[in-house]
Design a binder for this molecule. Structure first.
Ligand SMILES: [Zn+2]
Ligand SMILES: [Zn+2]
Length: 259
């Protein structure tokens, strides 16, 4: 089992999981060309991509859906609310033959993989994060949430890999140049996760099993990778524990999660 952060940030998000035979993407916020190139750069076979699990309808997560519908035969995993919102926002129709319906809180079996979408607080129709279990490997991708709820923490127990949003540094956001309305949206309970809130959540779910933590969806304007890293390191401490990675907008990153 392998994980890759192909792109992460406000200009487009796409994560990948592969078992050597097939690849599942989480979100389609970067172009098809970019997706294929990023996979190839990591030594993955882009021809193995079979499906995309969508988290919510914001364009940095679904911008490529129309092209993927036309140019690939990939299927889409999404809740009915997210499917309808994507169709309305993008002006597309995802045919029933290309759609695997999901329901938050209910696991779905996809070729023997256990895919569990769960709700998080964000200003979208039906936003979810994913817990993905393949063989004995357990991973989760959790971005675009305003606050770390108990329900989210419950779904992050006993993971091998956690991909977690570290969107902004509170001081940089407050003192930065974003318009007040946008600042308020990001800071709201359905906005994005600050470095401090990320650290709080990480502290709550830390387990001896956790081997890799990937900080994701960092704001280029309102965060500094060094600050995000520091906030996580304060929780992870100096004792031997999980390895810490930063997902970036442009440089893909791969992690081997051998079972
Ligand atoms: Zn986003
Ligand atoms: Zn969003």
């Amino acid at each position: 089992m392998h994980y890759a952060a192909l792109a992460s940030g406000s200009k487009g998000n796409c994560h990948a999981f592969g078992d050597g035979e097939r690849i599942l993407l989480v979100d389609a916020g970067i172009s098809l060309l970019w997706t294929r190139r990023a996979l190839a750069d990591l030594g993955w076979d882009p021809g193995q991509v079979q499906a995309v699990a969508l988290t919510h309808e914001h364009s940095d997560h679904v911008a490529a859906v129309d092209v993927l519908l036309r140019r690939t035969d990939w299927v889409f995993l999404a809740t009915p609310e997210t499917k309808a919102a994507v169709e309305a926002c993008r002006g597309v129709e995802i045919p029933g033959s290309r759609w695997i319906p999901l329901r938050a809180g209910h696991p779905c079996d996809w070729n023997g993989w256990r895919i569990l979408p769960f709700s998080l607080p964000h200003d979208a129709a039906d936003p979810v994060a994913y817990r993905i279990e393949v063989g004995s490997v357990r991973a989760a991708v959790v971005t675009d949430l305003g606050q770390p709820t108990a329900l989210v923490a419950d779904h992050l127990q006993d993971l091998d890999l956690l991909v977690l949003e570290a969107n902004h540094d509170l001081e940089m956001l407050r003192e930065g140049s974003y318009p007040p309305q946008l600042k308020a949206r990001i800071l709201s309970r359905v906005g994005h996760l600050s470095n401090d809130a990320m650290a709080t959540l990480l502290d709550r779910i830390l387990s001896p099993r956790l081997r890799s933590v990937v900080l994701a969806h960092l704001s280029e304007q309102n965060n500094d990778p060094a600050l995000a890293r520091l906030a996580a390191q304060e929780v992870l401490g100096r004792r031997p524990g999980p390895s810490l990675f930063l997902a970036s907008q442009r440089n893909p990153l791969a992690i081997d999660l051998a079972s």
